[in-house]
Ligand binder design. Structure first.
Ligand SMILES: [Ca+2]
Length: 284
């Protein structure tokens, strides 16, 4: 009898509802990804689809589409540079429009100097537009395309079995119809693996949905985790003038979220209970 009473008390103390919050990119990031074969899983006859390796000294490099060594899925791109005589890169070309993009991905390495960059040039217009990654420093076009250069020194101590993220901001100028995404080894011996590439718009819309399932939700707030001020508050949303509780389900769209940032959606019930969800999900 005493046991039954305790169980009942516990049941009463627990909330009768399970508020569900979903915060997603809309459209989903996978649909915004302009890179083809971004996870390196497509290919045939030992060749990864859509990626090719380029260097002026092919004999300095071993390259492969490797299986069982990927970060996501099973496949990755691999390269080994024997000596420091030349750079070499895995690349693919993507069509672009003027605007801000992000080139992201993951590498792992046992050593060597890596360079990941987005680059392009159109010499058929006057003046020519584009950039050369080796002359970006201090030039007028420095902000167009910024390479991520990871020197050997920075990689000392890096776990050779761990994939690390890289991210490059890309400002595509007018009259540059396409750019190449490249990942490779820069004048040093070493080896590297690349996987899970994403190239797409630097900003996108977030969609927040709250299924209250019986709870009274009073407020929904969305934060950029690195900013103090909320990005969105339902009480300031013209779509929900003084609505208490908020409609169930609740939905809001937040424009111009920035790629690479972490977002937090918080739903507050009438009792002051808080429910949270993160974007991207793994940030939690
Ligand atoms: Ca993969």
């Amino acid at each position: 009898m005493r046991m039954a009473a305790m169980v009942l008390a516990a049941a009463l103390a627990a909330p009768a509802w399970a508020v569900e919050i979903e915060i997603t990119a809309d459209p989903p990031l996978a649909e915004l990804n302009l890179a083809r074969n971004p996870g390196m899983e497509e290919g045939a006859a030992g060749e990864a689809a859509h990626w090719s390796f380029g260097t002026a000294v092919p004999e300095n490099f071993e390259t492969a589409w490797v299986e069982g060594e990927g970060r996501g899925g099973s496949h990755a791109l691999y390269l080994k540079a024997h000596d420091s005589v030349m750079s070499g890169y895995w690349s693919q070309t993507v069509q672009v429009e003027p605007g801000r993009y992000v080139f992201r991905g993951y590498y792992r390495t046992t050593g060597g100097r890596l360079l990941m960059y987005a680059h392009g040039r159109n010499t058929e217009v006057e003046p020519p537009v584009g950039v050369d990654e080796r002359t970006y420093a201090g030039s007028v076009i420095a902000s167009f395309l910024v390479p991520v250069f990871i020197p050997y020194e920075a990689l000392v101590g890096a776990d050779p079995n761990t994939f690390y993220p890289f991210s490059v901001q890309v400002q595509v100028p007018e009259r540059l119809p396409a750019i190449a995404l490249s990942m490779g080894m820069y004048f040093s011996p070493g080896e590297a693996w690349f996987d899970d590439v994403w190239f797409g718009p630097a900003e996108f819309d977030l969609r927040v949905r709250v299924n209250a399932q019986g709870a009274r939700i009073e407020r929904v707030t969305v934060f950029d985790r690195d900013e103090e001020e909320p990005l969105y508050t339902s009480s300031e949303d013209a779509a929900y003038p003084a609505a208490r509780p908020l409609p169930d389900p609740f939905e809001a769209r937040i424009p111009r979220a920035r790629n690479g940032r972490t977002y937090l959606a918080v739903a507050r019930t009438a009792d002051g209970e808080l429910f949270r969800a993160y974007f991207p999900e793994e940030a939690q």
